[in-house]
Design a protein around this ligand. Structure first.
Ligand SMILES: Cc1cc2nc3c(=O)[nH]c(=O)nc-3n(C[C@H](O)[C@H](O)[C@H](O)COP(=O)(O)OP(=O)(O)OC[C@H]3O[C@@H](n4cnc5c(N)ncnc54)[C@H](O)[C@@H]3O)c2cc1C
Ligand SMILES: *[C@@H]1O[C@H](CO)[C@@H](O)[C@H](O)[C@H]1NC(C)=O
Ligand SMILES: *[C@@H]1O[C@H](CO)[C@@H](O)[C@H](O)[C@H]1NC(C)=O
Ligand SMILES: *[C@@H]1O[C@H](CO)[C@@H](O)[C@H](O)[C@H]1NC(C)=O
Ligand SMILES: *[C@@H]1O[C@H](CO)[C@@H](O)[C@H](O)[C@H]1NC(C)=O
Ligand SMILES: *[C@@H]1O[C@H](CO)[C@@H](O)[C@H](O)[C@H]1NC(C)=O
Length: 593
C-alpha cells in the first residue's frame, strides 16, 4: 500500500471503530436498562420484530383489541443506526446474527474456507434495518401461484397497494452519482428501456422505503415501547396435544409465556426453521440426530433458496464517480441529513436496478443492482471482512485496484435452481443453525449467471459508459489465471470464486397445499397439523420473487393479518369451530380461538 492508502485505511478504521464502539454502547445500555413488564398470557405472541413481525404487530395494535407481545432477540438500536449510508456498518456487528454458510463446493471459493457470510438483522426492525431499502413488487403472478388459486391477482395487488400507501413511505432515490443516468442510457443502447409496471424487463433508478431521507422499516409504524420486548430470545415453542400454547424464553430468566389464540413465528428464513426444529417440528432424521423428540414430521428447513450473484469491482472508471467515504464524513452532508433529510447520507448504495433475460425471452432471469462503489472504497477496513474475502484474494486482486475507481454491477440470478437446507446441529438454542444453500450446485445456475455477466460486459462496452471512462476490470481473478479473460471458462471460474449473496433467503417453511410433501404451512400460514401455530416471514415464500423480496414479505404479512386474524374477528364462535378437525377444513369460517 502507498502511504496515501495507509493513511486512508487508518482514517477509515478509526471512524469504523468509533461507530462500532457507539453501537456496543447502545447495545449494552439497552440490555441493562430495559425493565419491561411481562404478562404471563396474551392473545397472540409474535416471535421476531422484522419486516413481517412488526407489520403484523402494527396491524394488531391499530385494528384490533387483542393483547399481544413481540419478542425480539436483538437490541433496540439508535436513530443513528437508521442513517441509510451507515447500513453496511451494521453488517458483522452485534445487530447481525453473523451467520455463515458451511463450506461450499461450487461457490464462495474466494472466501475464507469457502464460506459465504449471511448477514441477517438481529435488532428491532430485523433485516430491513440494514438492507438496501429497494422497493420492488416483483411479478405478482408468482404470488398467485403461492396460494394455489385461493386469491386472484387483483386481490394480491390490493395488498401491495395497501403496503405502498399505508405501511411504507416510498421515495425516489434523491442523491446519486452520475453513473445512474449513464447506466440508463447504456441500457437503452443495448435494447433495454426504462422499467415500468407493464414490463418486467428494463432498468430504473431505485425506489426506496424512506421518509425524509431516513430509512423506514415496519417497526417505525407503531409504538414499539408498548409492545416489543427486546433482547428476548425465544428458545422453544410449547406444544401440547398438537396445539401451540406458548413459548419458552431464557432472558432475563427461563420463563414460559402463554398465548390464548396463537403464536406467530416471524423469526426470518434461518431462525424460523431453527425454532420449529428445536420444538420438535421438522424432518425426523434431523430431530433424531440431536435428540429432539418428534412432535410433527414436516420438511422444515428444506427448500432454501437465495438470490446470489457476482460482479464486485468488475467495472472501473478513470475518474471518481461515486459517493466516497469522505463525502459521508463531510459535515455539510451531516447537516443536510439532519436538517433537511437530503444529501449523501441518504444513499442506499444501490442506485439503479435492471432486469434482463439471458435467453431472449420476455421473462427476466437476471437482475442487476448498480452501486457506484466497490469493496475497495474503504481500503479494506470493513467491507472485506463482512464478506470474508481471503487475504490471498485481497492482496492479489482487490488491493491492486486502489488507484482505480471501482463500481459494483452486482449481477444476480432471479430464479436459481440450486436448493439448499437449514438444520439445527444441537439442542442449544444459542447455537447457529447449519446453513447449506448449495450455491451454484445446479449447472444451469452457473450458465445463467455467466450469461448475465456477458450482458453486463455489453452494457459496459457501450458509448454511454465509455464517455465517462467506464471499462471492465481486466485483471485475472486469483484462481482463474489459466483461462482467457472473459471467456466462458473464465467466467465460470469467476462466478464460482466471487459468489455473493444478496441475503434474500426464502423457502425454509414453504407454503403449499396441506397434502403436499413439500409444505410446512398451509395457505392460511398455519403450520400443518399443529393448531394455533403460524409462520409468517420470508421462510414461507416457496419460490423467490422476481426482484428484491421485502415488498413480497410485507404483502404476505398483510394478507395473513387480513385473512387469518381480522376476517375472523367479525365472526362469532360457532359450534363447528370447537372441533379442531372441522376447524382445519373450514378455516375460512372459524374465528381464531
Ligand atoms: C444486507 C441486506 C440487504 C437487503 N436489501 C434488500 C433490499 O434492498 N430490498 C429488499 O426488498 N430486500 C432486501 N433485503 C431482504 C429483506 O430485508 C429481508 O428479506 C426481510 O427484511 C426479511 O424479513 P423477515 O420478516 O422475514 O425477517 P427479518 O426481518 O430478518 O426479522 C426476523 C427477526 O426475528 C428475530 N428473531 C430471530 N430468531 C428469534 C428468536 N428465536 N427469538 C426472538 N427473536 C428472534 C431477529 O432478530 C429479527 O429481528 C436485504 C437483506 C439484507 C440482510
Ligand atoms: C375495541 O374496543 C373499543 C372500546 O371498547 C371499541 O370501541 C372498538 O370497537 C373495539 N375494536 C374492535 C376492533 O373490536
Ligand atoms: C410473470 O410470470 C409469469 C409466469 O411465470 C409469466 O408468464 C409472465 O410473462 C411474467 N410477467 C412478466 C411481466 O415478466
Ligand atoms: C442422544 O441421546 C443418547 C442416549 O441418551 C446419547 O447417547 C447421545 O449422545 C445423544 N446425542 C446427542 C447429539 O445429544
Ligand atoms: C433542502 O431540500 C430541498 C428540497 O427538499 C432542496 O431544494 C435544498 O437545496 C436542500 N437544502 C440543503 C441545504 O441541502
Ligand atoms: C439473443 O439474440 C441476439 C440477437 O438477436 C443474439 O446475438 C444472441 O446470441 C441471442 N442470445 C441467446 C442466448 O439466444
Amino acid at each position: 500500500m502507498s502511504p496515501l492508502h495507509v493513511l486512508q485505511f487508518f482514517i477509515f478504521s478509526v471512524c469504523i471503530h468509533l461507530f462500532s464502539i457507539f453501537t456496543y454502547l447502545v447495545y449494552y445500555y439497552d440490555l441493562f436498562t430495559s425493565s419491561d413488564e411481562i404478562l404471563e398470557e396474551y392473545d397472540f405472541i409474535i416471535v421476531g420484530s422484522g419486516t413481517a413481525g412488526s407489520l403484523i404487530a402494527h396491524r394488531l395494535s391499530k385494528d384490533t383489541n387483542y393483547t399481544f407481545v413481540v419478542l425480539e432477540a436483538g437490541g433496540e438500536g439508535h436513530t443513528f443506526h437508521s442513517i441509510p449510508a451507515f447500513g453496511p456498518l451494521l453488517h458483522g456487528s452485534v445487530f447481525d446474527w453473523q451467520f455463515q454458510t458451511v463450506p461450499q463446493e461450487n461457490a464462495c471459493l474466494a472466501m475464507v474456507n469457502s464460506q459465504c457470510k449471511q448477514t441477517q438483522g438481529k435488532m428491532l426492525g430485523g433485516s430491513s434495518k440494514m438492507n438496501n431499502m429497494i422497493h420492488f413488487r416483483g411479478n405478482t403472478s408468482h404470488y398467485v401461484d403461492w396460494f394455489h388459486g385461493k386469491f386472484t391477482k387483483e386481490y394480491i395487488e390490493e395488498h401491495l397497494n395497501y403496503i405502498e400507501s399505508n405501511v411504507y413511505p416510498l421515495h425516489n432515490i434523491q442523491y446519486h452519482s452520475q453513473i445512474s443516468d449513464v447506466v440508463l442510457n447504456a441500457a437503452e443502447e443495448i435494447g433495454y428501456k426504462e422499467l415500468n409496471s407493464q414490463n418486467n424487463l428494463g432498468f430504473a433508478k431505485s425506489l426506496l422505503t424512506q421518509r425524509n431521507g431516513k430509512r423506514w422499516t415496519t417497526s417505525d409504524n407503531f409504538d414499539t415501547s408498548k409492545y416489543v420486548l427486546t433482547n428476548v430470545l425465544v428458545d422453544k415453542l410449547i406444544i401440547e396435544e398438537d396445539k401451540c400454547i406458548g413459548v419458552q424464553i431464557s432472558y432475563p430468566k427461563r420463563v414460559k409465556l402463554f398465548a390464548k389464540k396463537g403464536v406467530i413465528v416471524s423469526a426470518g428464513a434461518y431462525n424460523s426453521p431453527k425454532l420449529l426444529q428445536l420444538s420438535g417440528i421438522g424432518p425426523v432424521d434431523i430431530l433424531n440426530s440431536v435428540n429432539v423428540s418428534v412432535i410433527k414430521e414436516l420438511p422444515v428447513g428444506k427448500n432454501l433458496q437465495d438470490h446470489i450473484g457476482t460482479g464486485l469491482d468488475l467495472v472501473l472508471f478513470d475518474t471518481p464517480q461515486s459517493v466516497g467515504m469522505f463525502d459521508i464524513m463531510n459535515l455539510f452532508h451531516v447537516y443536510q441529513y439532519f436538517v433537511n433529510g437530503t444529501g449523501a447520507l441518504t444513499t442506499p448504495g444501490c442506485e439503479v436496478v435492471g432486469f434482463v433475460s439471458t435467453d431472449n425471452h420476455t421473462v427476466p432471469d437476471v437482475q442487476f443492482m448498480v452501486l457506484p462503489v466497490g469493496i475497495t472504497a474503504d481500503r479494506g477496513s470493513h467491507l472485506r471482512k463482512t464478506l470474508g474475502i481471503t487475504d490471498f484474494v485481497w492482496d492479489n486482486y482487490f488491493s491492486k485496484l486502489f488507484d482505480k475507481h471501482a463500481a459494483t454491477f452486482f449481477t444476480l440470478l432471479l430464479h436459481p435452481k440450486s436448493i439448499g437446507e437449514v438444520k439445527i446441529k444441537s439442542k442449544d438454542p444459542n447455537l447457529p443453525p447449519k446453513i447449506d444453500p448449495k450455491y451454484l450446485s445446479h449447472p444451469n445456475d452457473v450458465k445463467t449467471l455467466v450469461n448475465g455477466v456477458k450482458i453486463l460486459i455489453k452494457l459496459v462496452e457501450t458509448d454511454a459508459m465509455k464517455a465517462i471512462g467506464g471499462h471492465l476490470n481486466e485483471k485475472h481473478f486469483p484462481g482463474c489465471e489459466n483461462y482467457d479473460i472473459f471467456s466462458d471458462l473464465y467466467l465460470e471460474c469467476y462466478v464460482k470464486h466471487l459468489t455473493l449473496s444478496s441475503y434474500h433467503p426464502v423457502g425454509t417453511c414453504s407454503m403449499g397445499p396441506r397434502e403436499s410433501k413439500s409444505s410446512v404451512v398451509d395457505t392460511s400460514f398455519k403450520v400443518i397439523g399443529i393448531e394455533h401455530l403460524y409462520v409468517v416471514d420470508g421462510s414461507v415464500l416457496p419460490t423467490l420473487p422476481s426482484g428484491n423480496i421485502n415488498a413480497a414479505i410485507a404483502m404476505m404479512a398483510n394478507i395473513f393479518f387480513e385473512n387469518t386474524i381480522k376476517s375472523r374477528l367479525s365472526l362469532n364462535e360457532n359450534l363447528f369451530c370447537k372441533n379442531s378437525v372441522l376447524d382445519d377444513l373450514i378455516f375460512k369460517v372459524c374465528p381464531v380461538r
